[in-house]
Write a protein that binds this ligand. Structure first.
Ligand code: COA
Length: 164
């Protein structure tokens, strides 16, 4: 199992983070959702998308903390927490690093950081794809629901939580 180096993201990571997101959604999650949902969940990585990400990253009104997991100097996964909302915002692993415990190691790091930021629980909307991953990492199901995308389309999700 590769031992990832986990650190806070910087703006130089923007393209790699978005590419990781794109591949995780369009390959790993592809069996669980229709194509039009995948396209909206993660659009093609172009300069406009990178610029939009960077704008949100530097503005960061929500206080989102993004972390990346590197293997041999390349980004293999990223994840995020939002302390003000007690929220786990994301965990995405590049498909070529799937099932090598990188997601679990990143998640453990996010939980330790969450505790350091005085969070006592983490809440998230899990994709159907990630449900078993979160269950395997000690998360519990609150209820099944729908996550609303910007277009108004909805995708099935699972509201989950973990007390830290
Ligand atoms: C969910 C995700 C982050 C898991 O990352 P990962 O690094 O492959 O996960 P791990 O290797 O740490 O898996 C740990 C355990 O979780 C469970 N698990 C992970 N993926 C699973 C799958 N596809 N099916 C069943 N169980 C799974 C297993 O118990 C696994 O242990 P095992 O490999 O020894 O059986 C990754 O599949 C991903 O990026 N998915 C697409 C994007 C997504 O939906 N992200 C979540 C948004 S809420």
């Amino acid at each position: 199992m590769p031992e990832p180096n986990i650190r806070r993201a910087t703006k130089d990571d923007a393209r790699s983070i978005l590419e990781t997101h794109y591949l995780a959604v369009h390959e790993t999650a592809a069996a669980d959702y229709p194509g039009e949902i995948l396209d909206e969940w993660s659009a093609t990585v172009d300069e406009a998308r990178i610029a939009a990400f960077l704008e949100k990253f530097s503005d960061n009104r929500e206080g989102e903390l993004i972390y990346v997991a590197e293997v041999a100097g390349k980004i293999a996964a990223f994840g995020a927490i939002v302390p003000a909302n007690n929220e786990l915002r994301a965990v995405y692993v590049s498909p070529r690093f799937a099932r090598q415990a990188i997601g679990s190691k990143l998640l453990a790091h996010l939980e330790a950081e969450a505790a350091r930021y005085n969070m006592t629980e983490l809440n998230l909307d899990s994709s159907l794809t990630a449900e078993r991953f979160y269950l395997a990492n000690g998360y519990q199901i609150k209820e099944r629901g729908q996550h609303r995308l910007r277009s108004g389309r909805t995708m099935q999700c699972v509201h989950m939580y973990k007390i830290l």
